[in-house]
Design a protein around this ligand. Structure first.
Ligand SMILES: Nc1ncnc2c1ncn2[C@@H]1O[C@H](COP(=O)(O)OP(=O)(O)O)[C@@H](O)[C@H]1O
Ligand SMILES: [Mg+2]
Length: 381
């Protein structure tokens, strides 16, 4: 009697928590003198797909494990909806966890794998059947329910692992690099699948990855982390167009941004960014730049697609350059240019033909220029 009362209570908590928002406040984890996660604050709204993105070792898994309750935080709080779950057990948190090495029982059928979480909850066989069939349909597993998990293809295995988690109606999902074992083709297929399933079920997801393509293609918002610290949290457009610092600017985008050391100077009533090998006229931006610049040592950043090349001199400001190397990448070509000792990448349509050593005129799209403080690496424009 008492146990079933307890179970009912647990089910009630879990029902209430389904599809809730997730909030962490100043979450911190120290391993001895190493601060793996540094006072991380982040909110994932109900039904939102958020990606925690950063290079290997930056503290992503540690963060996820604290949210799941597998690792005790040094300090900080975790909320689901308005409920503080920092102190409650992993089971009561009702988290859907999917790791890189999927926790699937190989010698059990897909059906039994899916049913597992419900059997643990002592659901009746009829109810289990209904729930398993429902989830199998969503994940397109209906035809392979009788197969042993050990015989599955990787994508089927992946969907089974997801299904096992989903069937218990978790409050939210935590996924830790779940696609990194797959080859490129399957990975892009699973990205599409995962996004579709998430939209359909309106699940709250926190998805950890070191792959910016994955984050950019799936997430509503992306939290970029480096060395345990949150660098920026925003939509893909915000991160791409307005990176808050050099790290984010460099990490986001399939082609890295060009970074060039420079200084702000005044010459003949004009304001210039002086990069030694060339100068960029930023007179029309002078007011905004000067308002924010406190340091004379700067870095200008420009994405390859914002560097234009022409065979003819286009404007007064066109800079002379020489083709160093060309790399065709699908419908585009990346041209690396030499301007004195400076190398700059430009992205041109594949129909633009050029060759090594050709002299070209280069123009920077000033509206897309970024300026960083060289010391702090923070974006100042
Ligand atoms: N149990 C542990 N004991 C000591 N150091 C750890 C432990 N777990 C992780 N770390 C360290 O914490 C940092 C963050 O690790 P992790 O969260 O796994 O990074 P990520 O998932 O982003 O690759 C790394 O420097 C790692 O070596
Ligand atoms: Mg990890």
């Amino acid at each position: 009697m008492q146990t079933s009362g307890k179970r009912l209570h647990l089910e009630k908590i879990q029902e209430e928590m389904h599809g809730k928002s997730l909030r962490i406040e100043k979450l911190r984890k120290e391993f001895g003198s190493l601060v793996a996660v540094k006072d991380l604050t982040l909110e994932v709204k109900s039904g939102e797909f958020v990606s925690l993105l950063g290079p290997s070792g930056c503290g992503k898994s540690t963060t996820l494990n604290m949210i799941a309750g597998l690792l005790e935080p040094t300090s900080g709080k975790i909320f689901v909806g308005d409920q503080d779950i920092t102190e409650i057990s992993p089971i009561q948190r009702n988290v859907g966890l999917v790791f890189q090495n999927y926790a699937v029982f190989n010698n059990m059928t897909v059906y039994e794998n899916l049913a597992f979480g419900l059997r643990v909850r002592k659901m009746s066989n009829d109810q289990i059947k209904t729930e398993v069939n429902k989830i199998a349909e969503t994940l397109e597993l209906s035809d392979i329910l009788a197969m042993k998990a050990g015989k599955l293809r990787l994508d089927e295995l992946q969907r089974t692992a997801l299904g096992r988690s989903m069937i218990t109606k978790p409050a939210f999902f935590l996924l830790d690099e779940p696609l990194s074992n797959l080859d490129a083709g399957l990975r892009s297929q699973m990205r599409v699948e995962l996004k579709r399933i998430q939209r359909e079920l309106k699940q709250t997801i926190l998805y950890v990855t070191h792959d910016q393509v994955e984050a950019m293609s799936m997430a509503d918002r992306i939290a970029v982390m480096s060395q345990g610290e949150l660098q920026q949290y925003g939509s893909r457009d915000e991160l791409y167009s307005n990176p808050s610092n050099r790290f984010v600017a460099n990490f986001i985008g399939s082609l890295s941004m060009n970074f060039i050391d420079c200084a702000l100077i005044e010459k003949d009533n004009r304001t210039l960014l002086d990069a030694t090998d060339f100068q960029i006229d930023v007179t029309k931006l002078a007011y905004v730049i000067k308002k924010n610049v406190s340091n004379s040592e700067l870095i200008m950043g420009i994405r390859p697609e914002d560097v234009e090349v022409n065979t003819q001199r286009k404007t007064e400001d066109s800079i002379q350059s020489e083709v160093y190397i060309t790399e065709p990448i699908g419908p585009k070509t990346v041209v690396t240019l030499s301007i004195g000792n400076t190398k700059i990448k430009s992205m041109v349509p594949e129909t633009f033909h050029t060759k090594i050593g050709e002299k070209l005129w280069t123009n920077f799209n000033i509206d897309k220029l970024h300026i960083f403080d060289k010391k702090s690496e923070k974006a100042i424009f």
